[in-house]
Design a protein around this ligand. Sequence first.
Ligand code: TXA
Ligand code: MG
Length: 539
Amino acid sequence: MSAVNTLRLQPDAQGAARAGEILHAGGVVAIPTETVYGLAASALDENAVARVFAAKGRPSDNPLIVHISDLSQLSQLWESVPERALTLARAFWPGPLTMVLPKTPAVPACVSAGLSTVGVRMPAHPLALDVIRRAGVPLAAPSANASGRPSPTTAADVLQDMDGRIDAVLDGGPCAVGVESTVVDLTGEHPRILRPGAVTLEMIEEALGVTEVDEAVIRPLGSGERPRAPGMKYRHYAPKAPVTVFDGAPSRTAAHIAGLLQPGDGVLCFDDCKEWFSDIPNVLCYGPSWNIGEQGRRLFSALRAFDELPCTRILAQGCRPWGEGAAVRNRLHKSAGFNVVPLGLPVLGVTGRSGCGKSLLTRLAVEMGFDAIDADAVYAELLQNSADMRGALAARFPDEAGPDGIDRRALARRVFGDEAARQDLNAITHPFVLREIDARIAQAGTKGARAIVLDVPLLFESGLDRACTATCAVLSPEELSVGRIVERDGISPEQARARLRAQPGDDYYFSRCDVVLINDAPREDFLKKARFCLQKYGR
Ligand code: TXA
Ligand code: MG
């Protein structure tokens, strides 16, 4: 293919107009979407589509997704529009969801790679929608990477693979989601997820009921097996150095990787686990261990960046599989060719404000066969038994350290309302508690426990969330909590309210935890939700 001059278009009306013109005339333009950059061409123009395949080096048996800006374009693309497609469109379009249904003859065979179906989505990026409108035709657009490389999430990534191979790139800045759309096949009895994305299995099930997940999402295919999404069979997202993924609680996988390191190794880790690898050169991070959204936005650029580093192999911390985590995990596992090493037991961290019903959940977990570790109890035991921790505390809080050891209540009173003192207390005690809990988790593993529930009021502040494979907050309306605290601790409602006000608000827990259980209904309803949660996150 002869080199062309690839135009850089700015994210304004002029840039969008130029992109629209080029596309209308049969050209190829990389455009931003909310997921990743797409390599767009008129979906109804075989020659333009052929140029997309050529620029990517894409195998011709891998079909393209068609992008629309208006529901009225569907009748041109699909034989018919079933009710459940409309249900999903109403719930998730514009957005990161592609639906696969039988195509009309108007869709060229090269777009669908000879299949009788075509995948369609309406992207949520305003520039993408604007360009589709201006082009005046639906746009076929695969991810704008060279075939086999990680998908591009910035215009610079696109140019790395495509400069000189396409007519233009419209620079819309970094993509908000960072992993490609969910692909769902609606041709069968039940919807079937062919590729996980930010529209999760749970979200599709809520809209349509029973939903299947294609095998190719979770394991490598055997020889002779054919995936329903042809793209899932190709080696993908892989840096040049081979990747091994370690799957488990972040502190567990970090410690394990640190123990394996050899010269020349690269490490892909979480921001908050970087300290384990401070003495090796090739470390890249892909977000905080609890923040799946950020991991999604950063994974592909990190995988790309490894090709600029001199590594012989890459050891990676695997992410949580919950919600959108299923999509991030799928891309990471694919980048490793499904070379995944599972480590350790499921550990469900339970947190939340006082009086919400955490201990109810913990008791239920024990009934269901979990081992329980209570961080408060560990702290109290260490106050009694750990001379080192007592010594460190006595040096900072001499007035609370009597001849018989540290008075726990006096210490709590001392730091209440004194932020600096509270931080000092935590800085002293958290490392001791962390070490002890890590040891107990390891011990439970050797004694044949099948899962652990870890009850920690300050789960994130202490860093103990990193010992967990999932995190759950139990919350309840304030007045219910006040009532429970008054009854349990014998303090006044005002004191209970003051205690609650000193703790983080609901948003804090919603933004960090894998699941939030609201304890507001009759006890039986809460227990039902709790049982479901324990079954799901305890495996
Ligand atoms: O988020 C996205 O979907 C991005 C942006 C640009 O919209 N596009 C994208 O396209 O990821 P691409 O071509 O890189 O991935 C399309 C995936 C492939 O795995 C392909 O096999 C599958 O969707 N696919 C497309 N049409 C299909 C069909 N008719 N039946 C089954 N799978 C299909
Ligand atoms: Mg792709």
